[in-house]
Design a protein around this ligand. Structure first.
Ligand SMILES: CC(C)(COP(=O)(O)OP(=O)(O)OC[C@H]1O[C@@H](n2cnc3c(N)ncnc32)[C@H](O)[C@@H]1OP(=O)(O)O)[C@@H](O)C(=O)NCCC(=O)NCCS
Length: 169
């Protein structure tokens, strides 16, 4: 498969949102309970552009099949050295290395951040494996931190110092 990873454009937003909403509506991996509107998705993208938080997409045969982003970890300014990773791959393209490609490229360009954090529900074996494979280390698990679809869900925080950030120090 000839997959390319590139910076997302505004025209990728509908595909990005569709991939996200599939996970919201069909899994307990994303803790939103309602699909995100396209209007909110454009706002999310524009905020990322304005604040220089990266959004990358994986493209195969002209289709956007996955995406990865960094977002504010928390709104307090002291946390601006840290960013939270999100990574989503369209269901029919999973387990073929797309998530690894996206996360690897994201890390390559994210040297301005001192620490990356992934917040992963404990039932999400694929995401825990992906982040471990990319060098993220489990920091702690909060028991029954979230509630969705009638179940309390435990959540593991994983973290990593980006390679370029370590080189700079
Ligand atoms: C998590 C996700 C992004 C992984 O993407 P992917 O393209 O399938 O990942 P890769 O093919 O690069 O595989 C990366 C690792 O995950 C493992 N993996 C992928 N799918 C898996 C699955 N269904 N079960 C167990 N492990 C899985 C792979 O084996 C690989 O690890 P390994 O090579 O060390 O064995 C994808 O499953 C997804 O989009 N899930 C739904 C959304 C989501 O949960 N996002 C993360 C929120 S924190």
């Amino acid at each position: 498969m000839n997959i390319t990873v590139r910076k997302a454009k505004r025209t990728d937003v509908p595909a990005i949102n569709e991939i996200l909403n599939y996970a919201i509506l069909n899994t307990n991996y994303n803790m939103n309970e309602n699909a995100r509107s396209l209007e909110d998705a454009y706002k999310w993208f524009d905020d990322h552009e304005r604040e220089d938080y990266p959004v990358l997409v994986a493209v195969y045969d002209g289709r956007t099949i996955g995406w990865v982003s960094l977002s504010h970890f928390r709104q307090y300014s002291g946390y601006n050295c840290t960013a939270e990773v999100s990574v989503y791959v369209s269901e029919s393209y999973r387990h073929r290395g797309v998530g690894t490609m996206l996360l690897t490229e994201l890390e390559r360009i994210s040297g301005r951040f001192h620490t990356l954090v992934a917040v992963i529900t404990d039932n999400n074996t694929a995401s825990l494996s992906l982040h471990s494979r990319c060098g993220f280390i489990p920091v702690c698990t909060f028991r029954e931190l979230a509630y969705k679809n009638g179940t309390y869900i435990s959540v593991t925080f994983m973290s990593k110092r980006p390679y370029s950030s370590i080189q700079r120090k």
